[in-house]
Unconditional design. Structure first.
Length: 173
């Protein structure tokens, strides 16, 4: 489902919304506000230790409860993605990290059915700066995985997680 599916009224003035001639926005006929659909940005990390193992979290909640995920989460409005990355890893694992290398951008969906939202997932390899990983926030369990024992696609929380792990593995054979 697209972000604006079902939108008929302007959230600012309740005026009627119509599709712009370029089909890229909804426009309010009363106040002139324009609304563009977009993917929601996330900032995510591949955390490794000195032995080359990868730290993954088992999701504690829906969507994809019980499956393995890279650590990270949604970027707040106006927040720099690298700041979001640091914040999310403190919230989820109680650790401070520094980005080392940007590994790529991965498109996906968060949730399913009519409640699903499109995500633009940014991925970094990071180094642990401080703290000992402890599951917190929406993480049920943290576990270190050897590079040759990472979860398969069926064990990963979202369609983009296995490709993220593969992207990291390609840069760290």
């Amino acid at each position: 489902m697209a972000l604006q599916d079902g939108w008929t009224r302007c959230p600012r003035c309740a005026g009627e919304l119509t599709r712009a001639s370029d089909d890229k926005a909804l426009v309010c006929g009363a106040c002139g506000s324009r609304y563009y659909a977009h993917s929601n940005a996330t900032a995510n990390a591949i955390v490794t230790d000195g032995a080359g193992r990868v730290l993954l979290g088992r999701r504690a909640r829906a969507p994809e409860q019980g499956k393995w995920d890279v650590l990270g989460g949604f970027v707040d409005e106006g927040e720099h993605p690298e700041d979001a990355l640091r914040r999310e890893l403190r919230e989820e694992a109680g650790i401070d990290v520094e980005p080392v290398a940007f590994l790529g951008t991965f498109m996906d969906w968060y949730g399913s059915g009519e409640g699903a939202v499109s995500t633009l997932n940014l991925l970094w390899s990071v180094r642990l700066v401080a703290g000992e990983p402890v599951a917190a926030d929406d993480v049920a369990e943290l576990r270190w995985f050897a590079a040759d024992a990472l979860p398969g696609p069926e064990e990963c929380a979202f369609d983009c997680v296995h490709p993220m792990l593969s992207a990291w593995r390609q840069q760290h054979p």
